[in-house]
Design a protein around this ligand. Sequence first.
Ligand code: ZN
Length: 736
Amino acid sequence: MYVIKRDGTEVPFDKTKIYDAINKAFLEVDGILYETDTAYDIAVEIEALAEKSLSPISVEVIQDCVEDFLMRSERRDVARSYIRYRYKKEVARNYSNDFIDAISEKLQASNVQNQNANVDEHSFGGRMGEATELLTKKYALDFCVSKMARENHENNEVYIHDLGSYAVGMHNCLTLPLDDLLANGFNTRQTDVRPANSVNTAFQLVAVLFQLQSLQQFGGVAASHLDWSMVPYVRKSFAKHFLDGMKWICDDGVLYSREELMDLPIDSPLYKEQPKPYQYAMDMTIKEVSQAVEGMYHNLNTLQSRSGNQLPFTSINYGTCTLPEGQMVIKALLEGSLKGTGKLRKTSIFPCGIFQCMKGVNREPGDPNYELFQLALKSTATRLYPNYANVDWSGNAGYDRNDPTTYFATMGCRTANGWDINGLGQKKDGRGNICPVTIILPTLAAQVAQLDINSDISKPCQEEIIDAFMSLLDKKIYEAKDMLIERFEYICSQDSASAKFMYENNTMAGYDGKDIRSALKHGTLALGQLGLAEALQILIGCDHTEPRGMELAKKIEQLFKDRCAEFKEEYKLNFGVYYTPAENLCHTAMKKFQDKYGIIENVSDKEYFTNSMHVPVWKEMSPFEKIDIEAQLTGYSSAGCITYVELDSGIKNNLKGLEILVNYAMDKDIPYFAINVPNDSCTNCGFTDEINETCPMCDCDEIHRLRRVTGYLTGNYTTAFNKGKQQEVTMRVKHK
Ligand SMILES: [Zn+2]
């Protein structure tokens, strides 16, 4: 006598298994285990049934029989318990099947979603990484986070970012203290690296350091003032070339030692006394700087990290150094950006270049770096990079004009560090974002407005609904704070051995050698938001492009700002308002919203929620109007925000217009500003412009379409973006 199990295998019939299962149901109801006649009787009856059957019976049939017999007995309550138990088992079985299905989908790359625009989900490394992430995400939700956090995350209210990295306790991103690392060298697992002795080495070490640091964390790596950081190494290279010049050009031989010259400014009178070697050294140094920059661009676009599936997200801030060495570096960085990389001179995706605008330095004709600002504009018009950081931004108050490590600098995506309450002030180096969460504003608005699947939002909400929204938002801000603290504590509980490179070399500032909290406390806990525009539509039937909407928008942002300031004081941790990039979340949050509330005009009638407090991308307006609107809200944020405008490719013939626009944004106190221009390039001949169907030069129809995703650029958007972001790109209107 045999029984067919669920997996198809056959096992001998065993009466005691039935008997035990029924007794368990009795135990569940009665609370004690005793041997019941009912259980025995049923088991015997089923045995008789199985004997009569010509073929082996299945487990399902046996369980159906048990149910029937129990239902007919006096113990209907036990029958119910048994049914419940059976159902729970079935759910668990399906659940684990779904989970395995999802994992195998990732391992086979059978349904690529492009959640992160820079991961190649088809690659071996990408498939392995994505599959593992499903497991680590589930682990985090099941075992690491509190019930409150889990519910907020699953209910589409407060989203936990990078959940896949939660369980190992990684932090997000970091601005590297390059000045120290280049001057002192650093240790890696296998060797130690000597201090840089030339500008060429220094630039290659920057790429190496970016790479190494990116493996210690899940987010990006940045340099806050790369032009200044390179000054000592330009000097070292210059001294070497000068001595070579002396040796070959001057009859009276070498008058100086390298040690004497190494740290001299390149415009030192000592050099100029020897015009020929001076000129030779100048030519050679310019050449070396430009080759070094090219090498760095090349490395940052080719050296994949994280098991070969991702380029490190790298950003370089520069533009304020007025020393001749720094100017030489800025010029080379911009020329390298203009030139592009590879055979076809493609636009570099990395590093994200960020030009730091500063009054009296590069903004106006006559400023020492004005020419370089012009060159930056030229690069932006065709290459999208650089973006523009505003050193004079009011939100970076308290910075030191004589210390470029305190100048406003940002991660390419927008994540930034504000004033450190634990002693580092506005210093950017050695600090980063520890972790972010994002409040999904439309979900909260839908809850208070009691929307359902048939809702009509044409009637604006009553005043009391808006009050209810503000108090729900306040409650969620408090919970978001608790979620951040929960994760911060989890990250602090890790061993420094997990990120040896980081703690051994003090890439994160402040580590006391004992407790990693001493370093992590200088980072930022980012309280983010998504979909302000859609939330306002639900609440008052218009967004913040109208005065009524702006009034409420300011009230909302003020609440975020006030609470973060209070939390910062109370917990002595750097809470900050964050205008979240939400590259993937904009789409997944919308899908969840639509499942619950359906399609609502101006709210959920598209594939994505509008980014943070941005003006919806489909609104027709001039770039100046867009700046005017967003500039009213950027001041509430200290953990990062970006404003961008869409221009057509004609802007490269109107650099004056572009200059006026960038200066306008800076004067309006926008901290971080970027320009989107179409960047289509022919995969055959390399021609780059806005291209319709086919290349105007060679008629090729395989066009690579590069677009901005969060602040960074990404590869061909029609294949590398998720559905939400793809639709957002097509809905973006040019600001004229
Ligand atoms: Zn072509």
